[in-house]
Design a protein around this ligand. Structure first.
Ligand code: THG
Length: 274
């Protein structure tokens, strides 16, 4: 599983505060912890102030690069902000995201092509997120016409089918899994990834639902997850899920994770003697 670490996101209260107060230690601690937990990319989102976005994003990027070599996933829909920060980004970043929205295709896709970036492509367009798997496929087919025209190879594209809230639509899980299977069949070289935060919205024990969704999504072809890599239960479920699905040759990653102590709750500290 390729992991995009999600915690450096200015739409979160704690991160918005750290950005406003220029609390470098808070951001660098998040970056270090997520890198140590096995992030493949570090998502960096400066939040929702378009006027300050280039400056805030640059500040975050410099901090992240100061403590880790993990490549960055630039989470912004703003072409001007992306262009402003790219010269400061050391390793070719992933861009989060394009979609079927014309302004994203004209504004962001050329940046992706010029810099040879990986890119996340959302299954939506200017009319919103289609309700059915077939309609999402239609949107993403149009996106692939454009990425191919721009010279971006399919293997650099990670399709995000956009997981929706199960609490308000009991079929939302099935729609995502059907979308993933169809993408796998039609675009076998592309990657499939999504975030989990919407899935369990409004329901109790959200982590349980997110974890169960992720394991079922693995079987539907998901290979990239936007998650908190420090969520031990979620990571353990991924190791076990990949093992059971036959994607862990000689059970190597599972047994290695076990020996590293990653599959069980951390042992309580031994009681102090004397
Ligand atoms: N797809 C793509 N990009 C995305 C998303 C997606 N970027 C943003 C988001 N979804 C994924 N990122 C986050 C970042 C942080 C949190 C959740 C998703 C998070 N949530 C806290 C929680 O769940 O408990 C609550 C918020 C907080 O801490 O303030 O931390 O789907 N392409």
């Amino acid at each position: 599983m390729r992991i995009i670490a999600e915690k450096i996101n200015g739409t979160r209260k704690a991160v918005a505060k750290a950005i406003a107060e220029r609390d470098a230690a808070f951001i660098q601690n998040l970056a270090q912890k997520q890198a140590a937990a096995g992030a493949t990319w570090m998502d960096v989102n400066a939040g929702t102030h378009p006027d300050r976005e280039p400056e805030d994003l640059l500040w975050l990027i410099d901090l992240v690069q100061g403590v880790t070599d993990v490549p960055i996933c630039l989470d912004s829909a703003n072409p001007a902000a992306l262009r402003a920060v790219l010269p400061a980004v050391k390793k070719t970043p992933m861009i989060n995201s394009i979609s079927g929205e014309p302004e994203r295709l004209t504004g962001i896709l050329p940046i992706v092509a010029e810099h040879g970036c990986d890119v996340i492509a959302l299954c939506m367009d200017d009319k919103g997120i289609p309700a059915t798997a077939e309609a999402r496929l239609e949107v993403i087919r149009r996106v692939f016409v454009e990425t191919r025209k721009a010279g971006v190879p399919d293997e650099k594209v990670t399709v995000d089918p956009l997981a929706m809230t199960i609490g308000t639509n009991i079929q939302a899980g099935q729609i995502i899994f059907a979308t993933m299977r169809a993408i796998r069949a039609e675009f076998p070289k592309a990657h499939i990834g999504c975030g989990l935060s919407n899935v369990s919205f409004g329901l109790p024990i959200r982590a349980l639902i997110n974890r169960t969704f992720l394991v079922l999504a693995l079987d539907a072809g998901m290979d990239t997850a936007i998650i908190d890599p420090n969520d031990r239960d979620l990571q353990a479920a991924i190791y076990a899920g990949e093992l059971v699905l036959g994607r862990d040759k000689h059970c190597l990653r599972y047994t290695r994770a076990f020996r590293a102590g990653l599959l069980e709750a951390p042992k309580a500290p031994a009681p102090a003697t004397k």
